[in-house]
Design a protein around this ligand. Structure first.
Ligand SMILES: [Zn+2]
Length: 1119
């Protein structure tokens, strides 16, 4: 499996435990577990108003109740799947060009700069008669990315990325024409989405005046060999049109006479076709690899070695592509307004394929370890399974960047608009083959740091004066080397002990922190876990409370621990609640647990200290007794109201009283409407969607939770929230505290034990067992010239530099954006150092340091050659998802589109050959940017379907905020795996296919996953034997739609499919519940929502449409 994917379920660090998926035993450097003293609690002193001590739970069976059982007021039907997608929505995909990028003002040189090369030789560019516009666009599109694919960013050999040595000179956009014969052509690009520029709508076929959109002089360029023919009026091939804005209704550009010779790259003679002639010939460009079968069922997914641009090769003229009926121009269509011609399609095989890029990277980079010794190396993709050898820079598992080559000046950066950001996962888990960071102990003096900027000792510090001093690589300050750290230098100026010291030779390592790094100058106590269980009517009725209590009895044996210790240092406590809170004394000396009720929720306090937080093994009998009794105690409850903020307050106060950090596990079912601080009202209002007030749906309805979160962070109290709602619970508000404390939110709508227990228990086990750093502060230092300016993730910041995390686990990332504050130097490059100060599960205070050196460039081409699109998308999604808190969703979408267009236009203008202005040329590293960005744009947060609830959107919004690059990659572009195409015996995962309905064959079965959802789609014509083998029924019609568990059958196919499902789940940080979907069944609508290359019911553009739209945007910028 892909170790590079998100968290493997198998413990990377330690021994797998039976029963549980894995106990993530930390083995940081093999340090013995800390034996930090356990704090003994002072006896609870003083009278406490408002609590009554009750007899053991068994006696008091009836908790306060105030109401009759809930009238089911469900307003959001259950049953609906997490992300519905029916319905329409905003059909607007388009950008209004009027929306400007907000974050990078002042950038835009395009537009105003004449494209002189093109102008100077306009006729050269018109090789053939202008094809009908639409067809031309098709051709252009095809041509473009091809050029991008091969020419500019072309790596020297086979690799997906150019080496630093490969230069911009390679990036002509007109690669050897021999490489690019002609391209497959589909049909008129559907530009229907481009509302907002009606006047500027590209004419699809004739429509003279509008034809300029896709027919700038350059557009007839050499890359569009496939059609010639009579000129249609209005197609702008002449140089003059260049000066005209493409979109504004400009005077009809001049057309060149047919037959204009092109001096571009020679190539196979283009077929000549009349634009009126149906079925003009299509040709496949060699660089796209072998032509795939025209049929959607992708007969052979990867015939031959795909060479989608990643490997230069000889031209391979290929047989004509299929003729899509829709691609045949008809005169009638010419009469139609552009909006009605959207059925015309570009051949999907001719546009950059995520599957191909992923496969190529796997093939090219999966076999060799990624060695981090070289500055500015672009790592393999997150979808590639590779090992990392730390030789001085942090592993890409810890840090991934949008670009590994940073522009030297802010002007360049503004011009390119490529966000400079790093996605940092400081506590990322590693595969077993890789070594966890070593722990360095510098004794009482603590870690060695620069006196001025406080950066930590790292491999880039320069020792001078025979080793007596060192110059800081971040701020250039000269520091004395303390005597105890002195070491001689070798003839190269390197310390002779460099390879014996992790901090001098590795990208990642840890320091033991001294007491100076501890709160109140006191070493921390081990953390505590407090389980806080909603016992209101809904929680009891659904079976949740009984299930949870039963599970906790065994799960408590698997609390995180460190370095070979037998027992976890973490103490536990228990609270149940509805409108009031029940604390439990589970002190080991008690025969039975004792319950204390606090009904004064307005002024929360903790009624007991001694006996509340206990060691599991010492108090096992009492805890077990308590967990047995809780479901019984509340079995007859009629209480439906709950409180929420007081529960968190109570947990935080308990940690404060115990003087430790810790985590609260809240299991909560309903909107907290009981009278108490943090009381909420139902303010869900779908009518706000697509209005300026839509943002309020994402904002918390009260500021009380931010205030509470701030207190939690100060105490190192992290909150994990498990939600079991039957209706709207206001996730946007309830998730504020988890979000700001570095916690997680899980949501199980309409929870029923029989259907959802596996998913819930799996998530719970993983969540409880995972290693967490508590009471953490993260600081990112940079070398002179750039600095961290913005942060995205689940944390709190009280100043502009310190990221405060009450808790941080191995799944969470912090995305950091950088800006220039000075000029960078190509020679010295740029350095990042991420320092995370945290308390380990055993209560040890540590610093984890990650260092990364990046290249700097004075040529934009170097920037574009060293970008990582997956990381860009991670950043852009987080940027957009934060943006919806403050701006209308449409504005956020437009901003993304504009930024993407600017990035690509800058490349086109500065890095690609100037003679091909009409073509869409994508940098090799960014050729998937449009398809992935489109997935972000049409995601539920930015463009919800009718069935997506407000809570779903808020939930996804906060989830994405902490996702790593692998998670955002699969979340936005789901993986679709055909199950019966490859031999059953094949042990490897079947190659994925593109997420489009066209790729589904009704005779096959597919798995689709996106990290949260998992579908098994069954085609209607699947062989009976297959149906029997998998479902144990005799025909397709007998398969139960919506089935979530496959029968365990003893045959190879069943074993293989179930094994594959297990392995997919193992790769993800959350359990994916299976849903079986039959072709043509109503559930299929849900499934189709995830076929992200297709047009979505909520109005999201298809990939092809979006690419056309993006092309238009770029051309507008370039004109
Ligand atoms: Zn310094």
């Amino acid at each position: 499996m892909n170790v590079n994917q998100s968290a493997p379920p198998v413990p990377p660090f330690g021994q797998p435990q039976p029963v549980y998926q894995g106990y993530h035993q930390s083995s940081y450097g093999g340090q013995p577990g800390s034996t930090a003293p356990t704090t003994s609690y002072g006896a609870y002193n003083g009278p406490v108003p408002g609590y009554q001590q009750t007899s053991p739970p068994g006696v008091s069976r009836a908790p306060p109740s105030s109401e009759a059982p809930p009238a089911s007021t469900a307003q959001a039907p259950c049953g609906q799947a997490a992300y519905g997608q029916f319905g329409q929505g905003d059909v607007q995909n388009g950008p209004s060009s009027t929306v400007q990028m907000q974050r990078f003002p002042g950038s835009q040189p395009f537009g105003s700069v004449p494209l002189t090369p093109v102008v100077s030789q306009p006729t050269v560019l018109q090789p053939y008669g202008p094809p009908p516009t639409s067809a031309q666009v098709t051709a252009q599109l095809a041509g473009m990315q091809i050029s991008g694919a091969v020419a500019p960013a072309l790596p020297p050999v086979g690799l997906g990325y150019g080496s630093p040595a490969s230069l911009a000179s390679a990036s002509g956009s007109f690669p050897n024409p021999g490489l690019y014969g002609s391209y497959p052509q589909g049909q008129a690009p559907p530009l229907s989405q481009a509302q907002g520029h009606l006047g500027a709508q590209p004419p699809q076929r004739s429509a003279p005046p509008q034809a300029s959109t896709f027919t700038s002089p350059a557009s007839g360029g050499p890359r569009m060999p496939s059609m010639t023919g009579p000129f249609l009026p209005g197609q702008g091939f002449g140089g003059p049109s260049l000066s005209q804005p493409n979109h504004v209704s400009s005077p009809p550009p001049q057309a060149l006479p047919p037959g204009t010779q092109m001096t571009g790259p020679p190539g196979p003679p283009p077929p000549m076709h009349s634009s009126q002639q149906p079925g003009y010939q299509l040709q496949q460009n060699g660089s796209f690899g072998p032509a795939r079968g025209p049929q959607p069922n992708y007969g052979s997914p990867y015939p031959g070695a795909p060479t989608f641009g990643s490997q230069p090769g000889p031209p391979q003229p290929l047989p004509p592509k299929r003729l899509d009926p829709d691609a045949i121009p008809s005169p009638q269509l010419n009469e139609l307004p552009p909006q009605q011609k959207t059925r015309h399609r570009i051949d999907p095989d001719a546009i950059p394929s995520p599957i191909q890029v992923i496969e190529d990277d796997r093939n090219n980079r999966g076999s060799e370890p990624f060695v981090t010794g070289v500055r500015g190396q672009v790592p393999p993709l997150v979808t590639t399974n590779f090992l990392v050898k730390d030789q001085g820079n942090a592993s890409p598992r810890y840090i991934r960047c949008t670009s590994y080559n940073i522009p030297c000046t802010s002007d360049m950066a503004k011009q390119a608009q490529v966000p400079l950001a790093a996605v940092i996962k400081p506590l990322a888990r590693l595969p077993p083959e890789e070594v966890s960071p070593y722990v360095v102990d510098h004794g009482e003096s603590g870690p060695l740091r620069c006196n001025r900027c406080k950066a930590y000792m790292c491999p880039f510090m320069q020792f001078i004066e025979g080793g007596r001093r060192f110059q800081c690589c971040f701020c250039s300050c000269i520091n004395d080397v303390p005597p105890q750290y002195f070491q001689h230098l070798d003839h190269t100026g390197k310390r002779v002990d460099a390879y014996d010291r992790p901090e001098l030779s590795l990208g990642s390592y840890e320091f033991l922190a001294t007491v100076d790094y501890c709160k109140n100058n006191k070493f921390p106590s081990p953390p505590a876990f407090i389980f806080m269980i909603d016992v209101s009517y809904n929680a009891i009725r659904s079976g949740l409370v009984r299930l949870l209590c039963e599970e906790l009895k065994s799960l408590l044996d698997f609390l995180p621990r460190e370095g070979g210790t037998e027992e976890s240092a973490i103490r536990v406590g228990f609270v149940t609640y509805n409108k009031v809170l029940h604390f439990y004394n589970v002190k080991s000396s008690l025969a039975q647990p004792q319950m204390m009720v606090v009904s004064d929720v307005a002024d929360m306090f903790v009624p007991l200290l001694d006996g509340f937080l206990v060691n599991v093994s010492e108090s096992r009998a009492v805890i077990t007794s308590l967990l047995d009794q809780i479901p019984e105690m509340f079995a007859d409850t009629r209480e439906t109201e709950t409180v929420f903020a007081p529960v968190i307050q109570a947990g935080m106060e308990a940690l404060k009283a115990a003087e430790c950090a810790g985590k609260l596990f809240l299991f909560h079912t309903s909107l907290p409407i009981a009278e108490a601080p943090g009381k909420l009202k139902n303010r869900d209002d779908r009518k706000l969607i697509n209005t300026d007030k839509e943002k309020t749906l994402f904002q918390p309805q009260t500021g009380a939770y931010q205030t509470l979160a701030k207190e939690c962070v100060a105490q190192g109290c992290c909150v994990d929230l498990f939600l079991f709602p039957n209706q709207y619970v206001d996730v946007a508000t309830l998730s504020v505290v988890p979000q700001l404390t570095g916690g997680s939110v899980y949501k199980y709508a309409c929870f029923q034990v029989e259907n959802d227990q596996e998913r819930f228990l799996s998530d719970l086990r993983r969540d409880v067992q995972k290693v967490v750093g508590f009471d953490a502060v993260m600081r990112v230092r940079t070398s002179t010239g750039i600095r961290a300016v913005d942060f995205f993730g689940a944390f709190y910041m009280s100043n502009t530099t310190d990221v405060e995390l009450a808790g941080l686990d191995g799944d969470k990332t912090v995305t950091v954006e950088f800006k220039h504050d000075d000029r960078l130097n190509e020679e010295s490059g740029a350095l990042l150092q991420c320092a995370l100060l945290y308390t380990s599960c055993a209560g040890q205070r540590r610093l984890r340091i990650h260092n990364l050196a990046l290249n700097c460039c004075t040529q934009l081409a170097d920037l574009y050659r060293n970008c990582e699109t997956d990381t860009l998308i991670n950043y852009m999604a987080k940027f957009a998802y934060r943006g919806v808190l403050n701006s209308p969703v449409k504005t956020v979408r437009d901003t993304l589109i504009t930024q993407c267009a600017q990035i690509l236009a800058c490349y086109r203008k500065n890095c690609a050959s100037p003679s091909s202005a009409g073509q869409l040329i994508l940098p090799e590293c960014m050729k998937l940017l449009p398809v992935y960005l489109n997935c972000v744009l049409k995601s539920d947060v930015l463009q919800p379907g009718a069935e997506v609830t407000t809570d779903d959107r808020a939930y996804v919004r906060q989830l994405v905020t902490s996702m790593d690059v692998a998670e955002t990659n699969v979340f936005f572009y789901p993986r679709l795996l055909p199950l019966t195409k490859s031999p059953i015996e094949s042990a490897t995962e079947p190659p994925a296919v593109r997420a489009s309905e066209e790729r589904l064959s009704n005779g096959d079965i597919y798995l689709l996953e996106n990290g949260l959802n998992l579908f098994l789609w069954v085609g209607a014509s699947v062989q009976q034997g297959v149906v029997q083998s998998l479902f144990n029924v005799s025909s397709f019609s007998q398969i139960t739609s919506g089935l979530s568990i496959l029968p365990v059958l003893d045959n190879p196919l069943s074993k293989k499919v179930r094994g594959l499902i297990d392995s997919l789940r193992a790769q993800r940080s959350r359990y994916m519940k299976l849903i079986v979907v039959k072709q043509e069944d109503k559930l299929e609508m849900l499934f189709k929502h995830f076929l992200v290359e297709d047009k979505s019911l909520s109005g999201g553009a298809s990939y092809v449409d979006f690419l056309c739209h993006m092309h238009k945007e770029i051309r507008q910028l370039l004109s």
